[in-house]
Ligand binder design. Structure first.
Ligand SMILES: C[S@@+](CC[C@H](N)C(=O)[O-])C[C@H]1O[C@@H](n2cnc3c(N)ncnc32)[C@H](O)[C@@H]1O
Length: 241
């Protein structure tokens, strides 16, 4: 089986990645909810004295761009130079390392007070995710904050559609539950402080079915009503124990 390590390597992969996601519900949910959550957590960490930020698997830098202004020292790490080429342009104030820290464990030195890991744990093979979480745990002091996501919660409409597609059509689409990710984090030395769920409504090929404005308003209503638990995108805020 090919490793997730190779999934975003290739000429123009960064530009293609951004173009693919721009019109999708992912981007809408990010803009409406998750960007603000990352900014609030970064701000809280920085005001508590945190100064070093790492965006692991930073890709084209969309998450790094949100966290970077709060810290004096921000680093994006990714294995793909094609993705990093876009990130370097998007977040010029950050430093970047192109490396696989699970194989070159000394590639990034020191400890980080705030770490983000988005769109990684769901798709990476389990051994890779666990190696990454172990590396992060070794490079985060007690109390340091890790924020990340599972973008296909099994117990959601999209998660159930995924299960059906895998069963009927032989697709191999990934899905994870909150419980599974919580266990992965706990086994790696983290304690989950909170989970938040989003993206309850169905979409068509990843695009909003009612238009962005209505879709965004409905998602906001469902989130406020506490129905995000059955959404397909879940974000965790964890701390190093
Ligand atoms: C789906 S992208 C997510 C990018 C970014 N975190 C975001 O949310 O927009 C996953 C990224 O993981 C990177 N990646 C895969 N294996 C990696 C590894 N072992 N070390 C660092 N980055 C890796 C890929 O190159 C890709 O840029």
């Amino acid at each position: 089986m090919a490793s997730y390590r190779d999934s975003h390597v290739g000429e123009n992969r960064g530009l293609q990645y951004d173009a693919t996601h721009a019109s999708k519900v992912d981007a809408l949910i990010w803009d409406t909810f998750i960007k603000g959550l990352v900014a609030r957590e970064a701000k809280a960490c920085a005001s508590g004295g945190g100064c070093r930020y790492l965006d692991f698997a930073c890709g084209t830098g969309r998450v790094l761009k949100v966290g970077q202004p709060y810290f004096s020292d921000s680093l994006g790490v990714d294995i793909s130079e094609d993705m990093l080429a876009v990130a370097r342009h998007r977040v010029p104030a950050a430093d970047f390392i192109c490396a696989d820290i699970t194989r070159d464990r000394g590639a990034a030195a020191g400890e980080f007070d705030f770490v983000t890991i988005f769109r990684f744990i769901l798709n990476a093979e389990r051994s890779l995710s666990m190696d990454v979480l172990a590396w992060l745990a070794q490079h985060m002091p007690a109390g340091a904050v890790l924020v990340g996501n599972n973008h296909m919660n099994r117990f959601s409409f999209r998660g159930i559609a995924t299960l059906i597609s895998n069963a009927l059509f032989g697709t191999k689409l990934n899905h994870l539950s909150r419980g599974e990710v919580t266990r992965m984090l706990e086994e790696s030395g983290f304690r989950v402080r909170k989970w938040s769920g989003y993206r309850v409504l169905p979409s068509c090929r990843g695009k909003p079915v009612f238009g962005r404005t209505v879709y965004g308003a409905l998602e906001r209503f469902l989130h406020t009503a506490g129905i995000g638990r059955i959404g397909s995108e879940h974000v965790f805020v964890a701390e190093r124990v």
